[in-house]
Design a protein around this ligand. Structure first.
Ligand SMILES: [Zn+2]
Ligand SMILES: [Zn+2]
Ligand SMILES: [Zn+2]
Length: 773
């Protein structure tokens, strides 16, 4: 690279020419029209084209003009672009006049070909609400900077005929904008207007159109407390008035959802602030092009009905992200429930006809349209914790953007994910394409969803799995499917090892050894027992179990996961003997015969598999203090207990309960005794919850100290669903460095099992490299 316009004879003649390479996220994001317009504004002649290494500009003009041009490229790129680097080299002036966009010559990387879905941009929003604009009131307005992408693509190349927009030929106005390099809609595949594009329709539960204006009808129905199924980008949402308690109860009853919080959509950030605390980072996340659901702390004393998020002080909020949403919000509602359109944990409904069948028993009316959703894609879920954005579900808005992983060449590796919160990923040449949220696989529909999504993903990326990594649990549907995928090599991966590798890869450290503090619900151990509170050491190739929580029997196995009080009884009987039995009778006597069954299971060791799950310890304590005795969604007890913690300076001073560590086993015997003692003394539940969290932190800190001393490792990777607990996350990042450790947390994939596939893929890649290279 030469300094700009220095010592160049051409500059003395008044003109310079440079070959400029712009690297970063610059393809499929409207970068070429941006360059085209900018070049014309600055008086630059030449050309722009997409190439493998980025966008290449041939820029010729007066030195000052070229300087202004380059500064603007860096300073004001399009909304979706991210400029990592701008480099240039001088060329002899060629006497260019005009500026042109040169067609791509191939060689562009696959990641550029299918972009993620993007929330409505400010320009399109303005047009949708401008009575003078031809997009006025149109629910499908979009441009290069916004709109559907991944959810409408059938196959490569990403071109209109290969999307579900193929059935809508462009009208002359749309075609003109589409072909005009200076236009915001240049090569925006889903462009549409009221003349040529999809149309919205309101129908009843029998599929019969409702006469009249759809918007007014929707508002009337919502005001009556009706439940609507609304077709969004990646699937249907179930919608009702978030302030109507009867509607909320009815939706819970029909959806088969007892307590799992509903997400809401708020008209704008001002509405969000009325109900929730919103800091700058949270606001940025909420209004980002990815438009995720953000978990926010609720303001105390608002009039929000408890049925929205029973037992919780937080609320999952998103803003409208399609023009259709925006138009619905022009009515009398400023807060609507916008929850996944499915029954219980089944996959999201996406086809109109099937939605009628699948959601017919839940929704009274359907607000749908005739643009097909090709790829199902749930809303993403995120939270700002200790100043870091943590993804709890990485889906719409992020998929299929790859996660960068510093692995080299080699086969395409599939990590097929776990059984809950399933995602899978395809790793190729340092790019891990993590799928959308597939969800729970404990039913056949989930497995079918995984299988069809995998086929679609492979087709979209034009790659096929050659090596597979999967969980060693013998009963996981994902693992059974992994054995059927045609591949050269398959590697069984231990659950918590995958978590460690996922966290390392997420931080770009695939060659690092670290101490993994993996806290989650349940994972299958090589010894056939259920693990879940694991201090391991290792890398992306192998691991050693250094320390773990002492296992306690789970009476009834899965039944204990759904009934935390059962696990509480197990802890009481295991650690406190006859005293514990009396306490169990006192606290859980209401369960009558079931309690006797649990006691017998524990006495005989029948149907009571031992588990060292961190989630189970949380379950036990949540049940002991009476916060949650029945769990109706994954992690409920831990989430509800976590919300009671005093997350302020006082919290840390409340002290810890006793525990012991002997020969790698962490015993919570003293902890359980301490909790019971506090309960009997009438100590407030908030204090007990905080002390318990402090105890878990101290267990981790002491275990890490010892493992660090024994292994010499100074890096600690935190992974597993428990790390979504704000207090644990913040305090672990605060305290572990005091002992000289570097702390790694997740950055691009969730700490929960939604990030497992990345670890499986990296481990399988490493093992393959060791065997085959
Ligand atoms: Zn737009
Ligand atoms: Zn049109
Ligand atoms: Zn896990």
């Amino acid at each position: 690279m030469v300094p700009l316009a220095q010592g160049n004879r051409a500059s003395e003649m008044g003109r310079v020419r440079y070959r400029v390479v712009v690297r970063g996220t610059v393809q499929g994001v409207g970068f070429r029209p941006f360059i085209y317009n900018l070049a014309r504004d600055c008086g630059i002649a030449g050309s722009v084209l997409n190439a493998g290494q980025g966008v290449i500009v041939d820029a010729e003009g007066a030195p000052d003009a070229v300087r202004r041009f380059l500064e603007a490229v860096r300073a004001h790129p399009p909304r979706l672009a991210r400029v990592d680097e701008v480099s240039w080299e001088a060329l002899p002036p060629a006497g260019h006049t005009g500026f042109e966009i040169i067609a791509s010559t191939g060689g562009a990387e696959i990641e550029a070909l299918v972009p993620p879905d993007v929330g409505l941009c400010p320009d399109c929003a303005r047009e949708t609400f401008d009575p003078q604009d031809r997009h006025y009131g149109y629910p499908f307005t979009n441009c290069t900077n916004c709109g559907p992408r991944f959810t409408i693509v059938r196959e490569l190349p990403y071109d209109r005929p290969k999307t579900s927009m193929a059935v809508f030929p462009m009208c002359p106005d749309c075609a003109r904008e589409y072909h005009d390099p200076a236009d915001r809609r240049f090569h925006a595949q889903p462009v549409a207007c009221p003349v040529c594009g999809p149309a919205v329709e309101l129908v009843d539960a029998g599929g019969k159109p409702v006469p009249g204006e759809w918007r007014r009808n929707c508002w009337d129905l919502l005001a009556e407390g009706r439940i609507l199924a609304l077709k969004s980008l990646g699937g249907f949402h179930l919608v009702c008035d978030a302030q109507n308690r009867d509607a909320l109860r009815e939706l819970r009853r029909r959806k088969g959802r007892d307590a799992k919080p509903f997400a809401v959509m708020a008209r704008d950030p001002a509405v969000v602030e009325r109900y929730c605390h919103l800091n700058d980072q949270e606001r940025e996340l909420l209004t980002s092009p990815e438009a995720p659901i953000v978990i926010l702390k609720r303001r105390p004393g608002t009039d929000l009905p408890p049925e929205l998020a029973p037992g919780l002080k937080t609320l999952g909020v998103m803003l409208p992200y399609t023009p259709l949403h925006f138009l619905v919000f022009t009515g009398p509602f400023d807060l609507l429930v916008m929850t996944s359109g499915n029954y219980s944990e089944l996959p999201l409904a996406k086809e109109n006809v099937r939605a009628l069948a699948e959601l017919g028993g839940i929704a009274d009316y359907f607000l749908w349209h005739n643009r097909e959703i090709v790829n199902r894609c749930d809303d993403s879920l995120a939270a700002v914790m200790d100043g870091e954005v943590q993804l709890l579900r990485r889906s719409r808005g992020w998929v299929p953007v790859p996660v960068r992983v510093p692995t080299g060449d080699g086969p395409v590796v599939l990590g097929i994910g776990g059984e809950m919160k399933n995602t899978f990923c395809l790793l190729k040449k340092g790019r891990a394409f993590v799928s959308q949220h597939i969800g729970e696989l404990d039913h056949l529909e989930g497995e079918e969803n995984l299988f069809s999504s995998l086929l679609n993903f492979q087709r979209l990326l034009d790659i096929e799995a050659e090596v597979v990594g999967y969980d060693m649990h013998p009963d996981y549907r994902s693992s059974r499917l992994a054995r059927k995928v045609p591949a050269e090599k398959r590697y069984e991966v231990q659950h918590h090892h995958a978590h460690l590798a996922s966290c390392l890869a997420d931080n770009g450290l695939v060659d690092e050894r670290a101490i993994g503090v993996i806290l989650d619900g349940t994972g299958y151990g090589p010894d056939g027992t259920l693990w879940g509170f694991e201090i391991i050491s290792g890398d992306c190739l192998g691991f050693k179990r250094e320390m773990h929580l002492a296992p306690v029997p789970l009476p009834g196995g899965e039944a204990a996961v759904r009934s935390p009080w059962r696990t509480a009884v197990a802890y009481l009987l295991t650690y406190l003997g006859e005293d514990g039995d009396r306490t169990a009778g006192r606290l859980f006597g209401g369960h009558g015969l079931e309690l006797d069954v649990v006691r017998r299971m524990l006495a005989k060791g029948f149907n009571a598999p031992p588990s060292s799950g961190c989630g189970r310890l949380f379950d036990a304590v949540a049940a002991l203090v009476g916060v949650c005795t029945r769990s109706t969604y994954e992690g409920q007890a831990a989430i509800e207990l976590g919300e009671l913690v005093r997350d302020d300076a006082e919290g840390a001073k409340l002290g810890v309960y006793p525990f012991s560590i002997e020969e790698g086993t962490i015993s919570a015997a003293g902890t359980v005794a301490g909790v019971v003692e506090d309960l009997e003394r009438g100590v407030p539940v908030e204090t007990i919850a905080t002390r318990f969290h402090n105890t878990v932190l101290e267990m981790v800190r002491e275990a890490v100290r010892r493992v660090g001393a024994a292994t010499g490792l100074r890096t600690v990777a935190l992974s597993g669903g428990t790390w979504q607990n704000r207090y644990l996350f913040r305090r672990a990042r605060e305290t572990l460095p005091l002992d000289g450790f570097r702390v790694l947390t997740h950055r691009q994939v969730p700490a929960n099992d939604g990030g497992l596939c990345l670890g499986q893929a990296v481990i399988a890649y490493r093992r393959w490299s060791k065997e085959c290279v």
